[in-house]
Every structure is written in C-alpha cells, then in structure tokens.
Write a protein that binds this ligand. Structure first.
Ligand code: TRP
Length: 368
C-alpha cells in the first residue's frame, strides 16, 4: 500500500481505489444475481460491488434453507445517511427470510476509539431509532451489545467462549499482516468480531449454517481473519462465511463523511433547512463555473455529490435517474436545478423517516 495511504478497519486515509482493493484482498466482483436482488437499488446499481462466497447464500435462498445475516456497527459519532446503506441491507435480508444478528460494537469502540461503554450506549440509541424507522422488524432479529451478549447464560458463555477458543488458531504474524499496527485491545476486538460473525452457527444459537456478512470494504481484514481461523478450528465446526461489500457514500465535500464535521454529511435528523443549506453550500458540484460554460460544456455527474446521493439512495426510479444523468451531462440541467432536486428528494425521504423515528422511541427504550 502507498505511503500516504492507510486502510484498515480502524483508519482510512487517502483516496480509496476499489479496484485495487478487490485485487489486493482477493474478493470477487459481484455479478449474475437472481432477479429478487434487483429490487434493492444497492444491488441493481452495483453499489454493493463485490463479495466472497455469495454463491452459498444464493443456493440456500433457492433451496429455502435456513441462513443468517450478521453484521455490526461501531456506535462512534453521529449516525449519518452513509450508515443507512448497511441498515437497508439488514432489512433486505430480513425480508428474504434470514435470521438477523446485529452487534453493537461497544467493546471495539472502547478498545480502538477510547470511547466509554456509557457513551456507546447513548449513541447506539440514535442508531437503533434509524434501524427501526427503516423497517427492521425488532421481533425477528437479535441485536446485542458486545459487552452484554445475552441474559441467557448459556448463550452468553458460548459467545465469549468462542472468542477465547479462536485465539489459539491465529498467529501474531497474521495479525500484523492483516492489520498493520496492532495492540492487545485491537487484537481482542478482532477476535470478538470473529466471534460476532461465527457464533450464530454455535448450537446455542442457529447451529451450523450459511452466514452472510454485509460490510464496508474496510472490514474485510476482519473477515479474512475470521474465515481463516474458522476453518482451522475443528470443534465447533463452521460453514465458511460469505460477505458482500458496499461502496462508501462520499461526504458532501467529496472525501469521507467525518463524524466530527456535521457539514460533511447529512444526518437522518437534519431539518429541511439544514439539508438545503448543506447541499447548496457544501455538496461538491460536477458543474462548470458559469451557466454559459455549463450549457456549452455540460457537467460531470460521476463526480457530482448530489447526483451520487440520488444514485446511491434517494432516486429509486431508474429512468428518472438516467434522464438526470443525461441532462446534467449535456448541460441542459444546471447545477442549481440538480441541487434543488436532490434537496427535495432527501427531504421527501427524511420527513416520514423522522416520524417513524418518533414512533420507534418506545421500542428502543424497551431494548436499552
Ligand atoms: N467493526 C465494525 C465497525 O467498525 C463493527 C462490527 C462489530 C461488525 N462486529 C461486527 C461488522 C460483525 C460486521 C460483523 O463498524
């Protein structure tokens, strides 16, 4: 990896070259999915772009056999619209019949981000409101804190036992190769995440079965480690993990969404005025400096953040999206018009979402 770049589950610096990562990590581009996947724009538009062993999951769905969708989120910083893409995945797989397991990674936040368990709990409330507002059925999933797996001692013991048993099957050199810089706390967090991903297959949970893990590509090191260890340990035995990888939603300025800078993202709690201000003022534009030039030369939707947001989340209608693409590129649609359209679309989404968040408050209270 180049010098000015860092890329590991705990830190990303510099531009992300997805093609290079796919090659470097040895994951496969995603293609030839069954028709039902096209219902979800993330698949239809290749926002979920790569996978490991998804074939096993497709077969399981075809044969109507049991499978698990497992993923997690570290509750650090404000939950922004970028996070919602993984949540849409949770809902999608839940509807496909998967048993859904969701880890709230408070131990990881403690060890890798110096965040207290209390703070993680508070922030997690906001994340959960978004999960339920987006349609996650709380009665058909297991959501847990890494620091507090279950009230049922048999289950809880099994989860933490697995983390401990996995330790023998990894080497220090492997940790260094997979993560670069590593500390005891981070090492424990990776083993705990391995247990997150593998424990649904223990007999105390669903027993041995296929598991799909949807994540951002920065999480692949965790998957590589868990996949390797899971095939070395013989008792308990595991079906190899499958995974799918989502592109990151770019921040307003074009770089990353940064939790510490509210002007780099749209939050699900933003008011219509805030959305308007942020898109108008901060959304990087692929347009030309003047209207005359824009009309003559056209804009570049591929680098335009408003267009990216429409594509990744807010414009479900493929025909409409294509029309916007063409009109912007030809110069017929101006930057101001594209921004206004995007503002309206985001606000149309947020209005009912915020109402559903209110309704979800009781659920979250019960859970927390
Ligand atoms: N490491 C993930 C993050 O930074 C959170 C996480 C914890 C996770 N356990 C997981 C993700 C299991 C996928 C599967 O957001």
């Amino acid at each position: 990896m180049e010098k000015d770049k860092t890329f590991n589950p705990w830190e990303i610096k510099g531009d992300i070259d997805y093609n290079k990562l796919v090659k470097e990590f040895g994951i496969s581009p995603l293609k030839d999915l069954p028709e039902i996947f096209n219902k979800e724009i993330c698949y239809r538009r290749k926002i979920i772009f790569a996978h490991r062993d998804i074939q096993r999951i497709l077969e399981t769905i075809k044969n109507k056999k049991k499978f698990v969708m497992m993923t997690g989120l570290m509750p650090t910083g404000k939950c922004h619209i970028g996070h919602l893409m993984i949540v849409k995945q949770m809902v999608f797989f839940q509807k496909l019949g998967a048993k859904v397991y969701i880890a709230i990674a408070d131990i990881e936040a403690y060890n890798a981000r110096q965040q207290s368990l209390e703070d993680s709990k508070k922030i997690a409330e906001d994340y959960l409101l978004n999960y339920f507002a987006l349609g996650l059925d709380p009665n058909k999933c297991e959501i847990y804190f890494q620091s507090d797996r279950s009230k049922d001692a048999k289950k809880s013991n099994a989860y933490y036992r697995l983390q401990n048993l996995l330790a023998r099957h990894a080497t220090f050199n492997e940790f260094k190769a997979v993560y670069g810089e590593i500390t005891p706390g981070k090492m424990l967090s990776s083993l705990l995440q391995a247990s997150d991903m593998l424990h649904p297959q223990l007999k105390e949970f669903e027993s041995n079965c296929p598991v799909i893990v949807p994540v951002g590509i920065d999480q692949d090191p965790h998957l590589r480690l868990a996949r390797d260890i899971s095939q070395r340990i013989k008792n308990p035995s595991f079906t190899q993990l499958s995974s799918v990888y989502t592109l990151f939603m770019p921040g307003l300025g074009g770089g990353k969404m940064s939790a510490s800078d509210p002007n780099s993202y749209i939050a699900p709690t933003d008011t219509p005025e805030e959305v308007k201000r942020k898109i108008n003022k901060y959304a990087f534009s692929g347009g030309q400096p003047t209207i005359e030039e824009h009309k003559k030369l056209g804009g570049n939707p591929d680098i335009d953040i408003s267009f990216q947001y429409l594509k990744m989340m807010f414009e479900e209608d493929d025909k409409k999206l294509e029309q916007i693409y063409k009109d912007y590129k030809s110069g017929k649609m101006l930057t101001g018009e594209l921004k206004q359209y995007t503002i309206n679309k985001i606000n149309e989404f947020l209005k009912p979402h915020q109402k559903k968040r209110e309704e979800a408050k009781k659920l979250v209270e019960k859970f927390i």
